[in-house]
Design a protein around this ligand. Structure first.
Ligand code: ANZ
Ligand code: ZN
Length: 766
């Protein structure tokens, strides 16, 4: 009998780099294009901004996701698990401005640092496929994408009200405005009318809504997208203006209330206020009001102050033929519906408050059958996506402005339009690229050969990240964004894991771009991410959100140094349900560290020994449970079953190696370095990840229950089942506790109890 005890002095700092190198050198996890033997599995984690340091939150996204990828790999899938960096954008530029560095240098240094940090947790990323969105080889295709949208009429330039951050001196998308403030610098955002590039995402509103039904995403994320798209169906009704050829079109969801209209309201930006100047009696008051509301932010306007003024115009109710006054008030927004409403104080709370505040009649509450009034209309809250940024650190928009021909797209064979180096990154009302060298800025028009100037705006980084998952399938292609057959082989993404904060930003844009690409005939699917899961949030040891100001931030580098990556990985997965997160606990992490040491201390018997039935059943049960849990990303309960199995193994004098092997295989996706180390200590030469994931032996699980009959004085009185291997005293206890038996034995004296293992219990009474 050969017995092994790995009485190892557990030094993760030594074994972890060793196995990371082993996996990389042997290319164990390398994904294989067109592998015919294995089914593909595209496993994607949201790539990050190169912000500088990885914090525990990143780890919480990456480490459990990597466990899932390893699990899929062991199940025999050809796993694609890539990583890259969303390298353009405001954070890099702001940091570069603050640290007086070139954003390119700053970004590169951060990426190098983050890559090293990422490697330390031992993920299976295929680094050969790394994608950097600031690489000209990548953004050449981002520019190409822009041109495709431009040619389809889905990218257009127009003057429109935009969210303007006075501090960042740039336009912000609605999604970047958090409660009226700039997402980055928290300055209050103001409205400014400026020329911008937009993508016509509204043309896809209906499909973006409908197709949510065919993807496996968290329900709350779907709800958020539905609300963001905000489909509303109602009617468009025309009100003629008295003594005028003009009319007001209104959008209402309640045409049945039309008899109760007591006034109309125009948004301050409504064109009628310009067209009908001569008819507006209260010109001065109206002008003052318009001037005033311009100063308000969108948020202030939504904080309903019931302000408004009458224009002096009157409109005619098409049903009652009554004349109602037309007001201007900024609670009506130009960006929704038609920018004008019929006000019905009897049915609408806001209209009622306004009427009361401004001495307008409350009107009738009578309802009618509205069929035939106006025309059906569907409205969306979704706005077109403003994609231009007046900033430097982004993809140059591939457009030129010609003195003769106006807007001209850069020919595709001239891409990429590379981002030139400049000296001053601070936006000063004009985009920083306006100070680019003349050689870059001024060119000949491709159409007429005349003088032309390049577009100096750059693209929103959400354009960069809207298609990156396609690039991973063929990251070095210089003929196409990715080879069509490779995209077809790998895509769509089978599981996408990342933070819930991207609910309406990145996730909606990626869906939109995917649909556009499908319509352009470039790809064959129209939803990018079949299954989506969000990780929860890690709280500090004080159960508060981790933040530098609270001083409760955990530095992952330090704890990896102290406990090793395996412990940190496992602890992150153990601390709570993955989609909920939980508080960081110093004692919890020490507990996991001890658990791994105990795994190594198990005494393994390599001789052929018969295995305790109870243990065999438990192992099969654990396999079934861990497999099922992993599939659902229920890492914490999977680890709990491994712990309980270990408790049982420890009670054995020695553990047969076939059992121990199964344990290590199950441990491998969670604590890959440790599992690999112990696997090799068993004498194995191949990576543990080359063994396939065990399937639970169902026959062993079925056998597990044993049927007992219970007799009293030899007569059958009841039946019950117990797990196989249950000890005699427990079986008898359960027989006595049986409902029928308990009644029959009440106040009787049992003189003898006969136990036939796995068969019967017989109580002999007087
Ligand atoms: C009369 C009415 C009576 C309305 C009533 C509602 C209730 P959703 O569901 O969000 O689409 N509305 C239309 N355009 C607006 C704008 N630009 N700014 C502010 N309010 C606007 O809401 C549609 C309703 O919001 C419309 O139906 C209109 O008021 C108002 F008992 O018309 B309703
Ligand atoms: Zn020209």
């Amino acid at each position: 009998m050969v017995r092994l005890t790995f009485d190892m002095f557990y030094e993760p700092g030594k074994i972890e780099p060793k196995w990371q190198k082993f996996w990389e050198d042997k290319k164990i996890f390398q994904s294989k294009d067109f592998d015919a033997k294995r089914k593909k599995f595209y496993h994607l984690v949201m790539f990050g901004y190169p912000s500088g340091d990885l914090h525990v939150g990143h780890w919480y996204n990456f480490a459990p996701a990597d466990t899932y990828a390893r699990f899929k790999f062991m199940q025999g899938y050809n796993v694609l698990s890539p990583m890259g960096f969303d390298a353009f954008g405001l954070p890099a530029e702001n940091a570069a401005i603050n640290n007086k560095l070139d954003p390119a240098t700053w970004t590169k240094e951060n990426i190098d640092r983050m890559r090293t940090q990422l490697r330390s947790i031992g993920p299976i990323y295929d680094w050969d496929r790394e994608v950097l969105t600031n690489d000209p080889d990548y953004y050449k295709w981002t520019q190409w994408l822009f041109l495709q949208l431009y040619k389809k009429g889905l990218a257009y330039r127009t003057k429109a009200l935009a969210n303007w951050c006075p501090s960042c001196q740039t336009v912000l998308a609605n999604e970047q405005v958090i409660a009226g403030h700039c997402e980055r610098c928290e300055t209050e955002v103001v409205q400014k009318e400026i020329d911008q590039w937009l993508f016509k995402i509204t043309a896809y509103a209906d499909r973006l809504l409908k197709d949510l039904d065919k993807i496996d995403w968290p329900e709350r994320t779907k709800v958020a997208q539905r609300n963001w798209i905000g489909r509303s169906s109602g009617r468009l009704i025309e009100f003629k203006i008295q003594n005028s050829k003009f009319k007001i079109d209104i959008f209402t969801t309640r045409p049945d209330t039309i008899k109760g209209v007591t006034y109309m309201v125009l948004a301050p930006e409504h064109p009628l206020l310009k067209n009908q100047k001569s008819k507006i009696k209260n010109q001065k008051i109206v002008d003052d009001y318009l001037e005033n509301s311009k100063k308000k932010t969108e948020r202030q306007r939504q904080q309903y102050d019931k302000s408004g003024v009458p224009t002096g115009l009157y409109a005619i109710n098409p049903v009652t033929k009554e004349e109602v006054p037309v007001w201007v008030a900024d609670y009506v927004l130009m960006g929704y519906g038609t920018g004008s409403i019929m006000a019905v104080p009897a049915h609408d709370e806001r209209d009622k408050e306004f009427a009361q505040a401004n001495n307008l009649p409350l009107g009738s509450g009578e309802l009618i059958d509205p069929k035939g009034i106006g025309s059906p209309q569907v409205n969306y809250r979704l706005r077109d996506w403003i994609v231009s940024r007046q900033r430097y650190w982004g993809v140059p928009i591939p457009i030129v402005y010609c003195d003769n021909c106006g807007i001209q797209p850069v020919p595709e064979d001239e891409l990429p339009v590379e981002l030139p180096k400049i000296k001053d990154y601070l936006p000063k009302g004009k985009p920083p690229l306006a100070t680019a060298p003349d050689s870059w800025l001024h060119i000949r028009c491709v159409a007429c050969g005349g003088k032309a100037t390049r577009e100096v705006e750059t693209m929103d980084t959400f354009v960069d990240s809207s298609w990156y998952f396609l690039r991973y399938t063929d990251p070095k292609n210089d003929k196409r964004f990715a080879d069509a057959s490779l995209v077809k082989y790998w895509c769509p993404v089978d599981i996408y894991i990342g933070g819930a904060e991207h609910t309406v930003l990145h996730l909606l844009y990626a869906r939109f771009i995917t649909k556009v690409m499908k319509d352009l005939g470039q790809i064959e699917f129209d939803e990018p991410f079949l299954k989506l899961r969000h990780q929860g949030t890690i709280l500090g040891p004080d159960r508060q959100k981790m933040s530098k100001s609270r001083g409760n931030v955990i530095d992952p580098d330090e704890i990896v140094k102290k406990f090793g990556a395996d412990t940190v990985r496992m602890f992150l997965m153990f601390m709570g349900p993955y989609d909920q997160g939980g508080p960081w606990s110093p004692s919890g992490i020490a507990g996991i560290f001890r658990f791994l040491k105990r795994v190594a201390a198990i005494s393994v018997n390599r001789a052929q020994v018969t295995v305790n039935r109870e243990i065999v059943t438990l192992v099969e049960k654990t396999i079934a449970k861990v497999t099922d849990d992993l599939e659902k990303l229920h890492f914490n309960t999977a680890i709990a079953s491994l712990m309980s199995l270990l408790n049982h193994l420890e009670k054995q004098e020695s553990v047969p190696s076939q059992i121990y092997r199964k344990f290590l295989i199950m441990l491998a996706p969670f604590a890959p370095h440790m599992a690999e180390e112990l696997w090799h200590k068993l004498g194995e030469k191949q990576s543990i990840f080359k063994t396939s994931w065990p399937k639970a032996d169902v026959s062993k699980l079925k056998q597990e229950q044993v049927l007992y009959v219970v007799q009293i004085n030899g007569k059958l009185r009841s039946k019950f089942t117990v797990p196989a291997g249950t000890k005699e005293d427990k079986v008898i206890k359960q027989a006595r506790a049986d409902q029928k038996i308990a009644v029959l034995l009440q106040s009787k004296q049992v003189v003898k109890t006969i136990h036939v293992p796995s068969r019967l219990v017989n109580f002999v009474i007087k």
